[in-house]
Design a protein around this ligand. Sequence first.
Ligand SMILES: Cc1cc2nc3c(=O)[nH]c(=O)nc-3n(C[C@H](O)[C@H](O)[C@H](O)COP(=O)(O)OP(=O)(O)OC[C@H]3O[C@@H](n4cnc5c(N)ncnc54)[C@H](O)[C@@H]3O)c2cc1C
Length: 269
Amino acid sequence: MGRRNVSARLAGRIDLTADTFSLRLQLDEPVDRPVPGQFVMIRPAGGSQPFWRRAFSVAGFGTDGDGGWLDLMIKIAGPGTRAWHELPTGAAVEVLGPLGSGFPVEAVHGRLALVAGGIGLPPLLYAIGELERRGVAWDLYLGAPAAPALVGADICAERAKAGRGRLIIATDDGSRGERGVVTEVLERHIEAGERVDALWSCGPMPMLAALAAVAERTNVEAYVALEERMACGLGVCLGCIVPAAGGGHLRVCREGPVVPASRIDWSRM
Ligand SMILES: Cc1cc2nc3c(=O)[nH]c(=O)nc-3n(C[C@H](O)[C@H](O)[C@H](O)COP(=O)(O)OP(=O)(O)OC[C@H]3O[C@@H](n4cnc5c(N)ncnc54)[C@H](O)[C@@H]3O)c2cc1C
């Protein structure tokens, strides 16, 4: 996949919840079509804040316009993400990517379960478009602690209605959808006999560890998109290493962010 640094403009922002928003970046030049799970490193052009690039998964991609567009979904976590919330429409932006490994879209068959925790939704939202194009059926399990923290539930419900998918909402407190953490709800559905041929997931590390355990118990192949803290995004700084099964480490930016769940040593996480 070509690693490219292209200029872009902030075309628009939509607030989703109190602390999440989506951005559309209009690209000045074409980039390779991202594979779901790949990410971009972005910063405002001209040295304004945040100076360091931040990593965000591709949440949407289209080819209309000169260079096409990219959609991102961002949760405010600190100064860098807050600055993106305040950047004015039309601002010039630098986009490096698409980077890293994606979900194995070529290998999908049967019925896929997508499992998103909080701001883990963006790569799976983008994956839905690819699955629809390939005629693959999907169930999206969308989890959050409580209803107000659910990210993108309405967008996902529309996608499910328009396509081959189903949306299953899980909240820890039962304030919307089924009660329980999203991995418990998933396991209940599998135990009830629902067909799941593979699992693709993104979310906080403890959730991904729980998902890896569900995958092992139920004997379903799982891939996870990891969102470890990352500085360079190019495999150089080793800021994003995670423990690998069998010893050693993986760089999330190069060997990941998408890896088979079985490649991670979750006990050393
Ligand atoms: C491959 C990849 C894809 C990502 N995709 C998305 C996405 O689609 N949407 C989104 O909102 N965020 C995503 N992130 C996380 C995002 O990059 C960070 O939240 C962001 O860089 C934080 O910058 P900040 O300056 O706002 O916060 P900082 O001040 O840098 O950090 C604020 C807090 O967030 C924690 N933090 C920072 N980076 C991460 C991280 N990568 N994972 C977990 N905790 C972190 C810090 O430890 C700190 O507690 C992704 C990260 C990676 C590596």
